[in-house]
Ligand binder design. Structure first.
Ligand SMILES: [Zn+2]
Length: 250
Protein backbone atom coordinates (compact mmCIF):
# COMPACT_ATOMS: atom_id res chain seq x y z
CA UNK A 1 0.00 0.00 0.00
CA UNK A 2 1.10 3.54 -0.75
CA UNK A 3 2.69 4.70 2.56
CA UNK A 4 0.79 8.01 2.54
CA UNK A 5 -2.52 6.19 2.01
CA UNK A 6 -1.77 4.00 5.01
CA UNK A 7 -0.93 7.13 7.03
CA UNK A 8 -4.23 8.77 6.07
CA UNK A 9 -6.11 5.67 7.21
CA UNK A 10 -4.26 5.87 10.53
CA UNK A 11 -4.93 9.60 10.71
CA UNK A 12 -8.65 8.91 10.31
CA UNK A 13 -8.52 6.36 13.14
CA UNK A 14 -6.80 8.92 15.37
CA UNK A 15 -9.27 11.69 14.45
CA UNK A 16 -12.28 9.42 15.04
CA UNK A 17 -10.93 8.30 18.41
CA UNK A 18 -10.27 11.93 19.40
CA UNK A 19 -13.78 12.93 18.29
CA UNK A 20 -15.38 10.24 20.47
CA UNK A 21 -13.28 11.40 23.44
CA UNK A 22 -14.09 15.08 22.80
CA UNK A 23 -17.81 14.26 22.62
CA UNK A 24 -17.66 12.45 25.99
CA UNK A 25 -15.89 15.47 27.53
CA UNK A 26 -18.47 17.86 26.04
CA UNK A 27 -21.36 15.76 27.39
CA UNK A 28 -19.98 15.52 30.93
CA UNK A 29 -21.39 18.86 32.22
CA UNK A 30 -24.88 17.84 31.02
CA UNK A 31 -24.58 14.51 32.81
CA UNK A 32 -23.44 16.26 36.01
CA UNK A 33 -26.31 18.76 35.72
CA UNK A 34 -28.81 15.90 35.36
CA UNK A 35 -27.41 14.31 38.55
CA UNK A 36 -27.63 17.65 40.39
CA UNK A 37 -31.26 17.99 39.24
CA UNK A 38 -32.04 14.51 40.56
CA UNK A 39 -30.58 15.40 43.96
CA UNK A 40 -32.39 18.74 44.02
CA UNK A 41 -35.71 17.06 43.18
CA UNK A 42 -35.31 14.52 46.00
CA UNK A 43 -34.35 17.28 48.46
CA UNK A 44 -37.34 19.40 47.48
CA UNK A 45 -39.72 16.42 47.84
CA UNK A 46 -38.50 15.83 51.40
CA UNK A 47 -38.72 19.54 52.27
CA UNK A 48 -42.26 19.66 50.92
CA UNK A 49 -43.31 16.60 52.99
CA UNK A 50 -41.78 18.10 56.14
CA UNK A 51 -43.58 21.37 55.45
CA UNK A 52 -46.87 19.45 55.10
CA UNK A 53 -46.25 17.81 58.51
CA UNK A 54 -45.62 21.20 60.14
CA UNK A 55 -48.86 22.52 58.65
CA UNK A 56 -50.72 19.46 59.90
CA UNK A 57 -49.39 20.07 63.43
CA UNK A 58 -50.46 23.72 63.31
CA UNK A 59 -53.99 22.80 62.16
CA UNK A 60 -54.16 20.06 64.81
CA UNK A 61 -53.22 22.60 67.51
CA UNK A 62 -56.13 24.83 66.47
CA UNK A 63 -58.57 21.90 66.47
CA UNK A 64 -57.40 20.80 69.95
CA UNK A 65 -57.89 24.34 71.20
CA UNK A 66 -61.47 24.48 69.83
CA UNK A 67 -62.18 21.03 71.31
CA UNK A 68 -60.88 21.99 74.77
CA UNK A 69 -62.95 25.18 74.71
CA UNK A 70 -66.12 23.23 73.79
CA UNK A 71 -65.41 20.68 76.51
CA UNK A 72 -65.01 23.46 79.10
CA UNK A 73 -68.39 24.89 78.08
CA UNK A 74 -69.92 21.45 78.29
CA UNK A 75 -68.61 21.04 81.89
CA UNK A 76 -69.94 24.49 82.78
CA UNK A 77 -73.41 23.66 81.40
CA UNK A 78 -73.48 20.38 83.30
CA UNK A 79 -72.79 22.28 86.54
CA UNK A 80 -75.42 24.89 85.68
CA UNK A 81 -78.09 22.33 84.85
CA UNK A 82 -78.05 21.23 88.53
CA UNK A 83 -79.02 24.73 89.56
CA UNK A 84 -82.00 25.37 87.23
CA UNK A 85 -85.28 26.25 88.89
CA UNK A 86 -87.86 26.03 86.06
CA UNK A 87 -88.75 23.66 83.24
CA UNK A 88 -88.16 26.48 80.81
CA UNK A 89 -84.63 27.01 82.11
CA UNK A 90 -84.08 23.23 81.96
CA UNK A 91 -85.14 23.06 78.31
CA UNK A 92 -82.88 25.99 77.46
CA UNK A 93 -79.91 24.33 79.22
CA UNK A 94 -80.61 20.98 77.54
CA UNK A 95 -80.65 22.75 74.18
CA UNK A 96 -77.24 24.30 74.90
CA UNK A 97 -75.83 20.99 76.13
CA UNK A 98 -77.00 19.27 72.94
CA UNK A 99 -75.47 22.03 70.79
CA UNK A 100 -72.09 21.84 72.55
CA UNK A 101 -72.11 18.01 72.34
CA UNK A 102 -72.65 18.29 68.57
CA UNK A 103 -69.80 20.79 68.36
CA UNK A 104 -67.49 18.43 70.29
CA UNK A 105 -68.44 15.65 67.84
CA UNK A 106 -67.43 17.84 64.91
CA UNK A 107 -64.08 18.71 66.54
CA UNK A 108 -63.38 15.06 67.39
CA UNK A 109 -64.08 14.10 63.80
CA UNK A 110 -61.57 16.74 62.69
CA UNK A 111 -59.00 15.30 65.13
CA UNK A 112 -59.39 11.86 63.51
CA UNK A 113 -59.02 13.28 60.01
CA UNK A 114 -55.95 15.24 61.10
CA UNK A 115 -54.39 12.12 62.65
CA UNK A 116 -54.93 10.17 59.44
CA UNK A 117 -53.38 12.99 57.45
CA UNK A 118 -50.39 12.99 59.82
CA UNK A 119 -49.94 9.23 59.27
CA UNK A 120 -49.94 9.75 55.52
CA UNK A 121 -47.52 12.65 55.69
CA UNK A 122 -45.18 10.69 57.98
CA UNK A 123 -45.21 7.80 55.50
CA UNK A 124 -44.44 10.27 52.69
CA UNK A 125 -41.54 11.68 54.71
CA UNK A 126 -40.11 8.19 55.26
CA UNK A 127 -40.32 7.47 51.52
CA UNK A 128 -38.83 10.86 50.63
CA UNK A 129 -35.96 10.29 53.10
CA UNK A 130 -35.21 6.90 51.54
CA UNK A 131 -35.42 8.39 48.04
CA UNK A 132 -33.05 11.20 49.01
CA UNK A 133 -30.58 8.74 50.51
CA UNK A 134 -30.71 6.63 47.34
CA UNK A 135 -30.29 9.75 45.17
CA UNK A 136 -27.28 10.88 47.23
CA UNK A 137 -25.63 7.48 46.83
CA UNK A 138 -26.38 7.34 43.08
CA UNK A 139 -25.24 10.90 42.46
CA UNK A 140 -22.05 10.40 44.50
CA UNK A 141 -21.09 7.27 42.56
CA UNK A 142 -22.08 8.53 39.12
CA UNK A 143 -20.55 11.96 39.52
CA UNK A 144 -17.24 10.33 40.47
CA UNK A 145 -17.56 8.03 37.44
CA UNK A 146 -18.23 10.97 35.08
CA UNK A 147 -15.30 12.93 36.52
CA UNK A 148 -13.00 9.91 36.22
CA UNK A 149 -14.16 9.34 32.65
CA UNK A 150 -13.46 12.97 31.73
CA UNK A 151 -9.86 12.55 32.98
CA UNK A 152 -9.48 9.38 30.88
CA UNK A 153 -10.95 11.08 27.80
CA UNK A 154 -8.70 14.12 28.27
CA UNK A 155 -5.78 11.70 28.25
CA UNK A 156 -7.07 10.18 25.03
CA UNK A 157 -7.37 13.62 23.41
CA UNK A 158 -3.79 14.45 24.39
CA UNK A 159 -2.50 11.08 23.13
CA UNK A 160 -4.35 11.56 19.85
CA UNK A 161 -2.88 15.03 19.39
CA UNK A 162 0.64 13.68 19.90
CA UNK A 163 0.02 10.72 17.61
CA UNK A 164 -1.38 13.06 14.97
CA UNK A 165 1.67 15.36 15.06
CA UNK A 166 4.02 12.38 14.76
CA UNK A 167 2.03 10.87 11.92
CA UNK A 168 1.59 14.08 9.96
CA UNK A 169 5.36 14.69 10.08
CA UNK A 170 5.90 11.43 8.18
CA UNK A 171 3.57 12.31 5.28
CA UNK A 172 5.51 12.50 2.02
CA UNK A 173 2.88 14.67 0.34
CA UNK A 174 1.95 17.37 2.84
CA UNK A 175 -0.75 18.60 0.48
CA UNK A 176 -2.74 15.48 1.38
CA UNK A 177 -3.31 16.95 4.81
CA UNK A 178 -5.30 19.83 3.26
CA UNK A 179 -7.29 17.39 1.13
CA UNK A 180 -7.98 15.27 4.22
CA UNK A 181 -8.96 18.34 6.24
CA UNK A 182 -11.32 19.69 3.56
CA UNK A 183 -13.18 16.37 3.19
CA UNK A 184 -13.33 15.78 6.95
CA UNK A 185 -14.77 19.25 7.50
CA UNK A 186 -17.65 18.59 5.12
CA UNK A 187 -18.16 14.84 5.62
CA UNK A 188 -17.04 14.18 9.18
CA UNK A 189 -14.64 11.48 7.99
CA UNK A 190 -12.16 11.73 5.12
CA UNK A 191 -11.33 8.11 4.33
CA UNK A 192 -13.58 5.31 3.12
CA UNK A 193 -13.10 1.63 2.40
CA UNK A 194 -14.17 0.41 -1.02
CA UNK A 195 -15.79 -2.97 -1.36
CA UNK A 196 -17.71 -4.67 -4.16
CA UNK A 197 -17.17 -1.67 -6.44
CA UNK A 198 -18.84 0.62 -3.91
CA UNK A 199 -17.75 3.27 -1.46
CA UNK A 200 -18.82 1.67 1.84
CA UNK A 201 -19.59 5.04 3.43
CA UNK A 202 -21.78 6.79 0.82
CA UNK A 203 -22.74 3.48 -0.86
CA UNK A 204 -22.40 4.97 -4.33
CA UNK A 205 -21.12 2.62 -7.04
CA UNK A 206 -17.59 3.38 -8.24
CA UNK A 207 -16.69 3.49 -11.91
CA UNK A 208 -14.95 0.19 -12.83
CA UNK A 209 -11.77 2.03 -13.85
CA UNK A 210 -11.71 3.81 -10.47
CA UNK A 211 -12.35 0.60 -8.55
CA UNK A 212 -9.53 -1.17 -10.41
CA UNK A 213 -7.15 1.60 -9.31
CA UNK A 214 -8.48 1.55 -5.73
CA UNK A 215 -7.82 -2.20 -5.54
CA UNK A 216 -4.12 -1.50 -6.08
CA UNK A 217 -3.91 0.89 -3.10
CA UNK A 218 -0.92 2.54 -4.79
CA UNK A 219 -2.28 6.03 -5.32
CA UNK A 220 -4.72 8.48 -3.75
CA UNK A 221 -8.15 7.89 -5.30
CA UNK A 222 -11.30 9.72 -4.24
CA UNK A 223 -14.93 8.66 -4.33
CA UNK A 224 -16.71 10.46 -7.20
CA UNK A 225 -19.72 11.03 -4.97
CA UNK A 226 -18.49 11.87 -1.46
CA UNK A 227 -14.88 12.74 -2.29
CA UNK A 228 -13.54 10.52 0.49
CA UNK A 229 -10.12 9.01 -0.06
CA UNK A 230 -10.63 5.36 -0.95
CA UNK A 231 -8.68 2.28 0.05
CA UNK A 232 -9.24 -1.41 -0.30
CA UNK A 233 -8.81 -4.20 2.20
CA UNK A 234 -9.93 -7.64 1.16
CA UNK A 235 -12.87 -8.60 3.37
CA UNK A 236 -12.00 -11.25 5.94
CA UNK A 237 -13.73 -14.47 5.00
CA UNK A 238 -15.07 -16.23 8.06
CA UNK A 239 -13.79 -19.79 8.32
CA UNK A 240 -16.45 -22.29 7.31
CA UNK A 241 -18.35 -23.73 10.25
CA UNK A 242 -17.48 -27.36 10.96
CA UNK A 243 -19.89 -29.70 9.27
CA UNK A 244 -22.83 -30.56 11.48
CA UNK A 245 -22.85 -34.17 12.59
CA UNK A 246 -25.40 -36.26 10.80
CA UNK A 247 -28.80 -36.04 12.39
CA UNK A 248 -29.70 -39.27 14.09
CA UNK A 249 -32.20 -41.26 12.09
CA UNK A 250 -35.62 -40.92 13.57
ZN1 LIG B 1 -18.27 7.79 -1.21
Amino acid sequence: MLPDLERLIQLQEIESKAAVAAKAIAEAPGRIAALDALLKGATLALDSAKHALAENKTRRGLIDKDLASAQQRQDKYKDQVMAVKTNEQLHAMQHQIKAVADEIGVHEEKVLVSMMEADEVNATIKKAEAALKAAQAKVGTERAAVEADVKVQQGVVTECATARTTLVATLNDKGLLDTFGRIAKVRGTAVARAEGERCTVCQVRLRPAVFVQVLKNDQIMQCDSCNRILYFIAPVVAPAAPAAPDAPAS
